[in-house]
Design a protein around this ligand. Structure first.
Ligand SMILES: Cc1cc2nc3c(=O)[nH]c(=O)nc-3n(C[C@H](O)[C@H](O)[C@H](O)COP(=O)(O)OP(=O)(O)OC[C@H]3O[C@@H](n4cnc5c(N)ncnc54)[C@H](O)[C@@H]3O)c2cc1C
Length: 294
């Protein structure tokens, strides 16, 4: 064994795909997003558990490779965190491409093996169903990679969901140990993890930045249905939790705010409001003394 020591420690171990405890699922050796990127065939029928971003992005990709795709979701709608208009547009676009959705569904057993043939039993509001498919992919969320790495021995505590407990400067419960990204409960985006790095870097250089109230734009990397003039991806950008910009399935993407007027905007025009929001956020940070001038 090799022992490494340092004055400062940064834990940045990320997360892995969550697996539901479903009888027969482990034996079925289901796909996660990792295996789904490397399959060298298009499944003759792919079941996906989870109708959130990863499930929908991969579902649309495999549908376009020619696979029949059935998406199973325990909630009443796809993309549970999104607004009804966005959900409706996405549901319609993907359904028109041929993706089948089974909502409010509780899977209860799996038989067979992914790649060779699986049979999934689900209860739904209209009764029990058995769905036969060739492959099954699990996309129900993420679990932090904090089990079995000995953080407790270092005095680093976890919260009830296994995330490393950090304060708003990303400092853990142990001195000089900081945590970054998904393992610290940061929003699950590359740019959010990168911003954690920036906060820590600035603070080590004498700054006083914190993670509270972050500005986190994000996208769903599905593509709108069919070959239309604009070929725009479906995009939803959330700014400070109240303002939004959206490119949906229409010819004219829209920008607006909740409860406010809706206006048409092109992707180039959307860049302006985004930069404006970023600048406003920067000004606010400066006022609060969290960001240096310049
Ligand atoms: C399918 C999928 C699609 C995504 N799409 C997007 C997207 O479009 N846009 C976006 O912004 N985000 C996306 N994300 C999320 C994004 O990938 C993560 O939020 C981001 O990578 C988290 O960064 P991180 O630094 O916390 O961890 P990671 O990038 O996961 O890095 C953690 C690293 O630590 C390593 N590690 C794990 N355990 C240990 C250990 N014990 N010791 C040493 N090293 C260890 C891991 O192997 C990994 O290399 C997606 C995620 C998935 C799964």
């Amino acid at each position: 064994m090799r022992r490494l020591t340092g004055d400062k420690v940064f834990i940045n171990v990320g997360s892995h795909a969550a697996m539901p405890s479903l009888p027969g699922l482990a034996e079925a050796q289901p796909l996660t997003h990792i295996e789904a990127w490397t399959l060298d065939y298009a499944p003759s029928h792919l079941i996906i558990l989870g109708a959130s971003y990863v499930g929908l992005e991969l579902g649309q990709a495999y549908r376009r490779f020619g696979s029949p795709v059935t998406v199973i979701e325990t909630g009443q709608q796809i993309m549970s965190r999104e607004d009804p208009d966005i959900v409706e547009a996405m549901h319609r676009i993907l359904s028109e491409e041929g993706i089948q959705f089974v909502l409010s569904a509780e899977p209860f057993t799996v038989q067979g093996r992914s790649g060779e043939g699986v049979s999934l039993a689900v209860s739904t509001p209209v009764g029990a169903q058995t769905i036969e498919a060739s492959d099954i992919l699990i996309a129900i969320g993420r679990i932090p990679n904090t089990t079995g790495i000995g953080v407790d021995a270092a005095g680093v505590t976890l919260d009830a969901r296994g995330y490393i407990r950090v304060d708003d400067r990303l400092e853990t419960t142990a001195p000089d140990v900081r945590a970054i990204g998904e393992c610290a409960g940061t929003p699950q985006f590359t740019h959010a993890s990168l911003d954690d790095f920036r906060i820590i870097r600035d603070n080590l250089a004498g700054g006083a930045r914190i993670t509270a109230d972050p500005l986190v734009p994000y996208c769903v990397f599905t593509e709108r249905f069919g070959a239309r003039a604009y070929q725009l991806p479906f995009l939803r950008v959330q700014l400070s939790g109240w303002q939004w910009l959206a490119l949906a399935g229409d010819h004219h993407p829209t920008a607006g705010s909740r409860g406010g007027a809706t206006i048409s905007a092109s992707p180039a025009e959307l860049a302006g409001p985004l930069r404006g929001a970023e600048a406003a956020h920067g000004e606010r940070e400066k006022r609060l003394g969290r960001r240096e001038e310049g």
